[in-house]
Design a protein around this ligand. Structure first.
Ligand code: NAD
Length: 486
């Protein structure tokens, strides 16, 4: 759909490579386009352009000037709204309605938010006593960290990319971006957007390709990269972390999750069912924040499980342009094989499958796509692979609990620690849950409600560091403390 061959964007120009690869539609399996695959020399060129741009006019911009550029990028993203929606929908098969209300508006919102945050951020200073009874002034100067490698996954491609590019640019860095090989298209439109918004050449560079032995690996081990911000699987984070350690590079890692939901018997059950349908099945369950383990207090366990399964049974399949969809394909046939493998594993481990556990058959071109049915399971112990490993599909296991402490213990018994959703009307319990759960994000009576000024990230295998608001400024800058004896 988008163009014949998607190209890299290096030093303000679109460029190709000797190699390319096909990008297939998750809806039908047909080829959408070919995509240039960056070799080492392309990555060298992109990093060199980014380093050069650090010494150009971009280096002399003030925070307020960069904030103005970010606002122009946001305006341009809104002008290209339909192109971004088309790119995002083609690559992922997500419903047009979702791309129009979540993915694409967040791109402009990310640029505006970080324009505001960098404009309002105050510095710190201290008056310090000296041995002779005088005073010294300590103050901290924020400087760009340098060339930032931005590596992102395929599930919310544009949202996750701009979440990192916007603060990096706000801080005066230059970036080399590598989107997922599964979702190259919206990043290509973004390259046109930043160019047309007047970003100097070399400040934003884009290389396409895969991870190992390809663009991703070349980028993270490149000596010209100063910091790496990565969103993706925990195992990939560990691999990138090893390269980063060799080069002593700063890292920010937003990794996988195996997130718990907790429904207390005092909850507004209508809201909890609707919220859990969202938290388990949104985006085909392919959100790092999705609930894959649900704990429901015993008095409402059976009713809740039945209502959740009933909602999953009503799942609306269609084509991405259809209104009112509640499903979408997984990103690829490979990923579908992985998720269907977990559905089989769950049965082998002894799960009761209340709904789903297989893939739909349409009798049309969508049978070449990557659809699975939303799935609700019960009956498995905490130490089954189904309950410990991130599946990243529309699947949720439901288990009962008796008291509050048990609920927190079950939720915390995980290698991951990204997010939790808690449903209760007890205000004290709501606040206790916030402290008791060993995760980076706790939502109470809601899910995936974001304020871009607030910290975002995970504990344990779910990540290193936090981004969001001032924490993003901390990551994307270096700080020099200046001490002047007055
Ligand atoms: P992935 O780790 O396979 O790939 C992510 C990106 O890393 C891709 O661009 C890929 O090409 C690149 N990559 C892979 N190997 C690499 C290597 N050795 N060196 C450099 N780059 C490499 O993840 P995915 O399958 O694309 O995305 C799904 C995962 O992302 C899930 O685990 C999900 O939980 C996680 N995720 C986390 C968050 C968060 O904020 N914590 C958000 C979204 C997705």
């Amino acid at each position: 759909m988008v163009t014949d061959t998607l190209r890299h964007f290096i030093d303000g120009e679109f460029t190709g490579s000797a190699k390319d690869f096909p990008k297939l539609s998750p809806v039908t399996g047909e080829m959408l386009c070919r995509v240039a695959e960056a070799g080492e020399s392309d990555v060298d060129d992109a990093v060199a352009a980014a380093r050069q741009a650090l010494r150009g006019p971009w280096a002399r911009t003030t925070e307020l000037e960069r904030a103005a550029v970010l606002r122009r990028v946001a305006d341009e993203a809104e002008r290209r709204f339909d192109d971004l929606v088309a790119a995002e929908v083609a690559d992922t098969g997500k419903p047009v309605d979702q791309a129009r209300t979540l993915d694409v508006p967040r791109a402009a919102a990310n640029f505006r938010a970080f324009a505001d945050i960098v404009s309002a951020a105050a510095g710190e200073s201290f008056l310090t006593g000296t041995a002779g009874g005088g005073r010294a002034l300590n103050y901290a100067v924020r400087k760009p960290v340098g060339v930032v490698a931005v590596i992102v996954p395929w599930n919310l491609p544009l949202l996750l990319l701009t979440w990192k590019v916007a603060p990096a640019l706000a801080c005066g860095d230059t970036v080399v971006v590598k989107p997922s090989e599964e979702t190259p298209s919206s990043a290509a439109v973004l390259a046109e957007i930043v160019r047309d918004a007047g970003l100097p050449p070399g400040v934003f560079n884009l290389v396409h390709g895969f991870g190992p032995d390809s663009a991703g690996e070349y980028l993270v081990r490149h000596p010209g990269v100063d910091a790496i911000t990565f969103t993706g699987e925990s195992a990939t984070g560990a691999t990138i972390g090893r390269s980063a350690a060799d080069g002593v590079k700063a890292v920010s890692f937003e990794l996988g999750g195996k997130n718990a939901g907790i429904v207390f018997a005092d909850a507004d059950l209508d809201a909890a069912v609707a919220g859990t349908v969202r938290s388990a099945f949104t985006n085909g369950g392919q959100v790092c924040l999705c609930t894959e383990r649900l704990y429901v207090q015993r008095p409402v366990f059976e009713e809740f499980t039945e209502r959740l399964a009933a909602r999953a049974r009503e799942a609306v399949f269609g084509w991405p342009t259809d209104p009112g969809l509640t499903t979408m394909p997984l990103i690829s046939r490979d990923h579908r094989e992985k998720v269907l493998g977990y559905y089989r594993l769950a049965r082998d481990e002894g799960a009761e499958v209340h709904v789903g556990g297989d893939h739909p058959v349409f009798g049309d071109a969508r049978d070449g796509g990557a659809y699975v049915r939303p799935t609700v399971l019960t009956g498995l112990g905490e130490h089954t692979r189904t309950n410990r490993e991130e599946i990243f599909g529309p699947v949720c296991h439901v288990a009962p609990f008796d008291d509050e402490d048990e609920a927190y213990a079950l939720a915390n018994d995980s290698d991951y620690g990204l997010a939790a959703a808690v449903w209760t009307r007890d205000v004290g319990r709501a606040h206790r849950a916030g402290s008791a759960l060993d995760v980076g994000l706790v939502w109470v009576n809601t899910w995936f409600l974001r304020d871009l000024r607030s910290p975002f990230g995970g504990t344990k295998a779910s990540g290193i560091g936090r981004e969001g608001g001032l924490r993003s400024l901390d990551f994307y800058t270096e700080t020099t403390n200046v001490c002047v004896d007055l």
